[in-house]
Design a protein around this ligand. Structure first.
Ligand SMILES: Cc1cc2nc3c(=O)[nH]c(=O)nc-3n(C[C@H](O)[C@H](O)[C@H](O)COP(=O)(O)OP(=O)(O)OC[C@H]3O[C@@H](n4cnc5c(N)ncnc54)[C@H](O)[C@@H]3O)c2cc1C
Length: 454
């Protein structure tokens, strides 16, 4: 990291410290819990949350990011996320707080107003967000801004970058990522949304449907993947797809969206988006026409790392909360954590998270070193590391979240204790952006050289 970047982060820390409590942990009210458990010597209190991840071995930059982002997150306690989850209200203030302090540009080049940091630091930022108690809702509120902007920054024209990136970093425009389609699913190359160029070449007409598009209701821009050459006219299905950075202008004909009712992360909207002759200027094309799939591939390993970080944060938050409860909840005259039936599953969940953490930051480091031009690092190796990390982190988070609910007994089912919210959310890293079955397929085929099963 250059001196200027270090001082940029230090400035941010100083800037934040003057306005926020310097505590790194998220405080949460314990009054109602004390009432329920009698308020006596062993009453359960959650006045402070200890962060349990072992931080030895992280770089100074990563730890600086963790500290600074923690300070912002401390302004949004679990009660904020409980309320937003229950009312299905967008965490606009949270997105604005990160934008205001420049964090949305963490992995964008300094020349475009970003911080020029790597995926190693961006992963730490996303982990810190979920770990603060914000959970996947907090991460999803900013995920596309950090990730979907990567192909734009890499392949966009000077004019696109100048007009778009500063508005995304400042939070004026929010972004969503439009890839998944109902009839294609994980088979992205089977997508059927088309973008057809007009006779004068000045615009494209978009027709088709996307599904599960996070933040489409609040986004002004969508990074859209659509077919520009019919599949029967290309030699490989990966050809003929193009990437666009389009306006989501609801006042224009041919654009409709419908919110999907979902299990978790309810603060953040997920949508079906329908295009029916929606017109977009030709200048919205990112990179080369027909090379869109190649352009998004560029960022896929980065997204795996970010998702792995998000899963880790969720797992550590749930486990920390479970350990706190197990220390303080007294049944049969002793803290429940004194029973090995409670303690050992939590200790086991901790080690799974720590192992997944090593895999995650190893993958992120490989990604950054390859991006910086280290020719000794092969893309295949980055792909294996990033996919493995996403798989392991998602599984470790699931284990931690499920055990956190069970440790709380009946209270694990109460919204007030947060662990039920995190449990609902911990399924997302298992499903998206690629399911665990597809990662198992990838490792079977690419590493173990087993025959392709599909
Ligand atoms: C909360 C949430 C947010 C999302 N946000 C976005 C977003 O912002 N933008 C976006 O574009 N997408 C988004 N997605 C979509 C997400 O990336 C997809 O849901 C995911 O890729 C899985 O696709 P699918 O749901 O169509 O599953 P399907 O493809 O229908 O698969 C269903 C099941 O079958 C299994 N399966 C399928 N084929 C095989 C095979 N060959 N071998 C073994 N198992 C197989 C899968 O592993 C899975 O378990 C989001 C999804 C969720 C849940």
């Amino acid at each position: 990291m250059s001196r200027s970047l270090t001082s940029q982060l230090c400035w941010r820390l100083g800037h934040l410290s003057s306005r926020t409590a310097p505590a790194l942990c998220v405080p949460s009210s314990s009054s109602t819990r004390k009432q329920r458990h009698g308020g006596g010597r062993h009453a359960f209190s959650t006045t402070s949350r200890r962060q349990i991840m072992e931080t030895t071995g992280f770089t100074e930059n990563q730890l600086t990011v963790r500290e600074a982002v923690n300070q912002i997150c401390a302004r949004f306690p679990p009660t904020y996320w409980q309320e937003h989850d229950q009312t299905e209200t967008d965490p606009t203030e949270f997105h604005a707080a990160l934008a205001e302090t420049g964090w949305l540009g963490i992995a964008l080049p300094e020349t475009l107003g970003g911080s020029g940091l790597g995926i190693s630091e961006a992963t730490m930022m996303m982990q810190t967000i979920t770990e603060s108690g914000a959970g996947m809702a907090g991460a999803q509120a900013v995920h596309a801004n950090v990730y979907a902007t990567q192909p734009l920054a890499r392949f966009g024209t000077d004019e696109q970058l100048r007009k778009t990136i500063p508005n995304i970093i400042s939070g004026r425009w929010r972004v969503c990522f439009g890839v998944t389609e109902p009839n294609a699913g994980l088979n992205t190359l089977g997508l059927t949304t088309t973008a057809t160029k007009s006779a004068d070449g000045g615009s494209y007409s978009v027709k088709g449907q996307k599904i599960w598009i996070t933040c489409a209701q609040v986004a002004s821009k969508m990074i859209l993947l659509a077919r520009t050459t019919p599949r029967d006219q290309v030699t490989k299905p990966s050809e003929g797809l193009s990437l666009f950075c389009i306006d989501l202008d609801r006042s224009q004909p041919g654009l409709e969206m419908r919110r999907i009712k979902k299990m978790g992360g309810r603060a953040v909207d997920a949508n079906e988006v329908f295009f029916d002759g929606y017109e977009i200027p030709a200048s919205t094309l990112i990179g080369q026409q027909g090379k869109g799939f190649k352009h998004i591939l560029h960022g896929m390993n980065a997204e795996r790392c970010l998702l792995a970080g998000e899963a880790l944060g969720l797992g550590y938050a749930a486990l920390g909360r479970a350990a706190g409860y197990a220390r303080e909840r007294v049944v049969f005259g002793r803290p429940i954590g004194q029973n090995q039936g409670i303690a050992h599953p939590l200790a086991d969940a901790y080690m799974r998270l720590e192992a997944a953490k090593l895999a995650t930051y190893h993958a992120a480091r490989l990604y950054d070193e390859a991006a910086a031009g280290n020719s000794g690092i092969k893309q295949d190796g980055v792909g294996v590391a990033a996919n493995s990390a996403k798989y392991m982190a998602a599984e470790a988070a699931f284990t931690a979240c499920e055990r956190a609910v069970m440790t709380h007994g009946g209270m694990g089912y109460a919204a007030e204790y947060d662990v039920e919210r995190w449990f609902r959310e911990c399924l997302v890293p298992r499903i998206a952006p690629v399911s665990r079955e597809m990662i198992l397929n990838f490792i079977s085929e690419r590493v173990l050289k087993l025959p392709r099963s599909y």
